[in-house]
Design a protein around this ligand. Structure first.
Ligand SMILES: Cc1ncc(COP(=O)(O)O)c(C=O)c1O
Length: 410
C-alpha cells in the first residue's frame, strides 16, 4: 500500500524548517522566559522573536499576539474573553451556522450564561451574506464571529466587508483563521478584524500551539488567571519551544507562492474528476472564493466514507457522519442546503505543499477503477429516503475500518 495524504485541512506534518528552528530549544534553551538570569534570557529572546514572526505574518504589533494551545483555545479566549469583559454592555453575539465546533459549542456554553446568539444562515456555497450581518446587529451586540475560511468546503467568507459593517456599528469582529493562515493572505488590517485565531498544526507547526491576535485596546477577560504572562491575557509559563515552532511556520507562511502550485494541482484534480465522472460528481463550496487547497466533491447517491474505505492508502475526510449506524449529513453541508443524497457522498480532499501530481493521478485512477467495478452514481440509496429522510446506511463493516467517522470535520 502506498500512502497518499490528502487531509491537510485536518493537520499538516511539521515542516523541516520548523523542526530545525526548534532543535536548539530541545537541546539547550530550557530556561523560564520570565527568569532574569542567563538561562531565562535566551528563552525570552526566542519567545520575543517568535512573537515578532507571528505579528509579521498578520501585519500587527508583537504585543497584540497571545500564544495559545491552538485554534480551539484561541476561539474560546476570543468569545468568552469578550463576553466576560463586555457583559455589562450587551449580551448579543452574531456568528454563522457553519462555524467550527470550537466556536459553535463555545456560543452554546455562553447561551447558558445568558448570551443571546444569532446563528446566521449561509448560501448554497457556504457564504455569509454581509447584509444579514448588518441586519442581525442590535444595540446589545458586542461581538461578531465569522470564520475566515470553512474547514470542510474551503469557502472564504467576506470578512473585509463584514469588518466595515462591524466598525460602522462599533461592534468587535473576531475571525477564526485556523484554515486560512498559510493558504491565503491574513493581514488583520486588510481584514478589519479585532481578533483572529490561528492553529499551528494547520500550517506545518506542531499540534499544541496557536495564537490569538487581539487588537490593542480590545477588552478581553483572560480565561486562565495567574501571573502576568502574555501581558495578563493568558497565565502560564510560555513554551518558547512551541512559540518558536509557530514563529517558524509563520515565517514560511508569508510566502504564498507555493499555494499557487497547490491551486493548480487542485484545479487539475477537479477537472479530471469532471472529465471522467461528468454529472456523477458535484463540487461543494464556492467555485472562486475558496481555499486554494480544498476540493470537497460529492458522488450523489453514495456514501463518502464507503468510497474512502475502498481507496487504497488515501487519507481524506468525509462530510457525512455516522450516528447509531445511520449516515447523516454534516452540519455544514446541511446549512448550505445540500440535498442529503448528494451531501452524503461528499469527500473532502485537502492538498498541501508536498502533494504531487503523481499522487493526484493515482487517486483519480483509483476512483475510475472503483467506478468500473461498481458505477459510483448508479448505486441506489441503501434505504428509501422516504423512510429515512436524514440518511442512508453505510456499507456494513466498511466505514468503521481505516476511515473513522466523527461528528465534524477537523
Ligand atoms: C476552522 C477551525 N477552527 C478551529 C479549529 C480548532 O483548532 P485546534 O485543533 O488547533 O484546536 C479547527 C481544527 O480543526 C478548524 O478547522
Amino acid at each position: 500500500m502506498r500512502e497518499i495524504y490528502l487531509d491537510y485541512n485536518a493537520s499538516t506534518p511539521i515542516d523541516p524548517a520548523v523542526a530545525d528552528a526548534i532543535r536548539p530549544l530541545l537541546q539547550s534553551t530550557f530556561g523560564n522566559p520570565s527568569s532574569a538570569h542567563w538561562a531565562g534570557t535566551p528563552a525570552k529572546a526566542a519567545l520575543d522573536s517568535a512573537r515578532g514572526e507571528v505579528a509579521g505574518l498578520l501585519g500587527c504589533d508583537p504585543d497584540e499576539v497571545v500564544f495559545t494551545s491552538g485554534g480551539s483555545e484561541a476561539n474560546n479566549l476570543a468569545l468568552k474573553g469578550v463576553f466576560f469583559a463586555l457583559k455589562d454592555k450587551g449580551n448579543h453575539i452574531v456568528t454563522s451556522a457553519i462555524e467550527h465546533p470550537a466556536t459553535i459549542t463555545t456560543c452554546k456554553f455562553l447561551e447558558r450564561l445568558g448570551a443571546e446568539v444569532t446563528y446566521l444562515p449561509v448560501d448554497h456555497y457556504g457564504r455569509v451574506n454581509p447584509d444579514h450581518v448588518r441586519g442581525a446587529i442590535t444595540p446589545k451586540t458586542i461581538l461578531i464571529s465569522i470564520m475566515h475560511a470553512n474547514n470542510e468546503v474551503g469557502t472564504i467568507e467576506p470578512i473585509a466587508e463584514i469588518g466595515r459593517i462591524a466598525r460602522h456599528h462599533g461592534v468587535l469582529l473576531h475571525t477564526d483563521a485556523a484554515q486560512s493562515v498559510g493558504k491565503i493572505a491574513t493581514d488583520v488590517h486588510a481584514l478589519g478584524v479585532d481578533l483572529l485565531s490561528m492553529a499551528g498544526h494547520k500550517f506545518y507547526a506542531p499540534k499544541g500551539v496557536g495564537a490569538l491576535y487581539v487588537r490593542r485596546g480590545t477588552p478581553l477577560e483572560p480565561l486562565i488567571h495567574g501571573a502576568d504572562h502574555e501581558s495578563g491575557r493568558r497565565a502560564g509559563t510560555e513554551s518558547a519551544l512551541l512559540a518558536v515552532a509557530l514563529g517558524a511556520a509563520c515565517k514560511l507562511a508569508r510566502d504564498l507562492a507555493p499555494m499557487e502550485r497547490v491551486r493548480e494541482l487542485r484545479d487539475d484534480f477537479w477537472r479530471a474528476l469532471q472529465h471522467h465522472f461528468e454529472h456523477r460528481v458535484v463540487l461543494n463550496g464556492h467555485p472562486e472564493h475558496r481555499l486554494p487547497n480544498t476540493l470537497n466533491v460529492a458522488f450523489p447517491r453514495n456514501v463518502g466514507a464507503d468510497i474512502l474505505a475502498r481507496l487504497d492508502g488515501v487519507a481524506a475526510s468525509t462530510g457525512s457522519a455516522c450516528h447509531s449506524g445511520r449516515v447523516e449529513l454534516s452540519p455544514v453541508l446541511r446549512a448550505m442546503g445540500i440535498a442529503p443524497e448528494v451531501g452524503m457522498g461528499a469527500i473532502r480532499f485537502s492538498l498541501g505543499r508536498s502533494t504531487t501530481r503523481a499522487e493526484i493521478d493515482r487517486v483519480v485512477e483509483q476512483l475510475i477503477e472503483l467506478h468500473s467495478t461498481e458505477p459510483l452514481s448508479k448505486a441506489e440509496p441503501r434505504r428509501s429516503r422516504r423512510a429515512d429522510p436524514s440518511g442512508v446506511r453505510p456499507r456494513r463493516g466498511r466505514t468503521r475500518g481505516r476511515h473513522r467517522l466523527s461528528s465534524h470535520l477537523p
